[in-house]
Design a protein around this ligand. Structure first.
Ligand SMILES: [Zn+2]
Length: 120
């Protein structure tokens, strides 16, 4: 039977292997907006309104400031995938931290249980 540490190591290796399969990643988030222009007689003012868009905006933090960029539909599709990938990476990484903490507890218990070296 595998020890708790062996199980933790196996789980950790599994997570690392999963991490290796994730594609490119992007920081930030993506929003799509449908807008009203305010021009009288425009279809966006009709009843029911037919808004303009969707317009895609990618926002990310750069040195503590939020920087936004307008994206085309093609770019938005790419960034959406990369942002999803990043969230996967973050979820896997969070699990790796958990497994590492478990392994750390096991290893530290071993150190405590081991006989101490005599002082000279
Ligand atoms: Zn309009």
């Amino acid at each position: 039977m595998a020890s708790r540490l062996e199980r933790a190591e196996e789980k950790y290796r599994g997570l690392a292997a999963k991490l290796a399969t994730v594609g490119f990643i992007s920081p930030g988030s993506l929003v799509s907006r449908m807008t009203l222009c305010g021009k009288p007689g425009c279809h966006c003012q009709a009843d029911p309104p037919h808004r303009h868009g969707p317009y895609f905006q990618w926002s990310r933090a750069v040195s503590g400031r939020t920087v936004s960029r307008r994206l085309s539909e093609e770019e938005a599709a790419l960034y959406r995938e990369w942002i999803d990938n990043r969230r996967q990476v973050e979820a896997i990484l969070a699990e790796m931290y958990d497994v590492s903490a478990t392994a750390g507890d096991i290893l530290l218990d071993r150190v405590k249980a081991a006989p101490r070296h005599k002082r000279r």
